[in-house]
Design a binder for this molecule. Structure first.
Ligand code: AMP
Length: 370
């Protein structure tokens, strides 16, 4: 029978030595690549996920297969690990509260709570003086009509929770019937955003350690197709001052959240040459996969270092890179990628190449020029 652990602040602020066990909530490819980075540093990973044979379970030392609201399973998991982190942030508040009472949880509930909801995210950024697209909270068809009146068309209506890769989004064009658009939200609170006719999209990933030290990766230039990230290019074709500005936005957010872990901040680059925050994720991010092949320390190792209270590594970039996601049947060309000089193939161990599913990625690198 495991004994209850009491975490004094002294224990919590000490680096977790190699040999320790990191608990990861979520079993997807982000957890898989984080687990591989953890293993390189001598840690064991215990994954908690409802999915059987998940990408993370395949490379983890231990797995608990249970729902995110299974308190008994969560308690046993918390007692079996030294620290808990997330590759998937949409878990219930009560579950995080339970984990937090038993074991260090990094990042904290405060960070997850802000990131789980598009409206709290926008309030957070606006509250620290960082601009987003104009937005309005929508709880009814009348709210939507008033919102569209104020923000104008085109606009985008999004569910505030559990939306990703364009799921739960409707574009409001000149022709859109607003009653129908509201009906498609199924009664869930939504946010209406002005449609940004952007010059491009960038993201910055920042790591923040237990001691408050930060390290940022170079801004990445992201192209989405059908709302799903298609390619990430480094260096981003933006001016140095704009790159600096994007980095400052990410740093300011990490500080304000008192983050321990990793934060990805996605931004629109406006045609006027400024950045507007779209959203954030308090974990490794698809737009940071290029760091695995182009940086001294990649996002997954940096994540593990931050969560374990270790010193952060150098995020310096030694190569230029283009990362391409392999979605659905793109993965069938795996042998071609392996034959290609300068291409690095990463596959996630998913059995079924369903359409729209992220199966892997390929990063093409060349010596740094930019
Ligand atoms: P999201 O789920 O919010 O990350 O949206 C996915 C993608 O849809 C973004 O990366 C953009 O390419 C596009 N998008 C989302 N919101 C807007 C907006 N307000 N204006 C223009 N494009 C948007």
């Amino acid at each position: 029978m495991p004994t209850t652990r009491i975490w004094s602040s002294e224990i919590m602020n000490t680096p977790l030595p190699p040999g320790g066990t990191i608990g990861i909530i979520g079993g997807g490819q982000l957890g898989r690549m984080a687990a591989l980075a953890a293993a390189r540093l001598g840690y064991r990973v215990h994954v908690f996920t409802p999915e059987v044979d998940s990408p993370t379970e395949q490379v983890a030392a231990t797995a608990t297969i249970a729902g995110y609201d299974d308190m008994k399973a969560l308690e046993a998991f918390a007692r079996a690990v030294d620290v808990v982190t997330f590759e998937f942030e949409n878990i219930p508040a009560a579950s995080v509260r339970l984990l937090t009472s038993l074991v260090p949880v990094r990042p904290s509930w405060k960070v997850l709570e802000v990131a789980q909801d598009r409206i709290s995210e926008k309030r957070f950024f606006n509250g620290i003086g960082i601009a987003t697209a104009p937005w309005a909270e929508i709880n009814s068809a009348a709210d939507l009509k008033a919102g569209v009146e104020r923000i104008g068309r085109p606009a985008v209506l999004k569910t505030t929770r559990l939306g990703y890769d364009g799921k739960g989004q409707v574009k409001i064009t000149a022709k859109t019937d607003l009653d129908q658009a509201w009906a498609s939200m199924d009664g869930a609170t939504a946010v209406l955003e002005g449609f940004i006719d952007f010059a491009g999209e960038v993201s910055v990933i920042v790591a923040r350690g237990l001691d408050g030290g930060c390290a940022t990766f170079d801004p990445a230039w992201n192209v989405h197709t059908n709302h799903i990230l298609d390619t990430t290019t480094i260096p981003a074709p933006i001016s140095q001052p704009l790159a600096e500005r994007a980095i400052q936005v990410a740093l300011k957010a990490a500080e304000a959240l008192d983050l321990v872990g990793l934060l990805a901040v996605e931004m629109f680059v406006t045609k006027a040459g400024d950045v507007l925050v779209n959203e954030m994720a308090p974990r490794p991010h698809n737009s940071g996969h290029w760091t695995m092949d182009a940086c001294v320390t990649d996002q997954f190792e940096q994540f593990i270092r931050a969560v374990c209270g270790l010193p952060l590594g150098s995020p310096d970039r030694h190569s230029d890179a283009v990362m391409t996601n392999l979605i659905g049947s793109d993965v069938d060309k795996w042998l071609d990628f392996l034959k290609e000089p300068g291409a690095k193939l990463h596959l996630y161990g998913k059995a079924e190449a369903r359409s729209g599913r992220k199966m892997g990625h390929v990063t093409r690198i060349r010596p740094r020029q930019g």
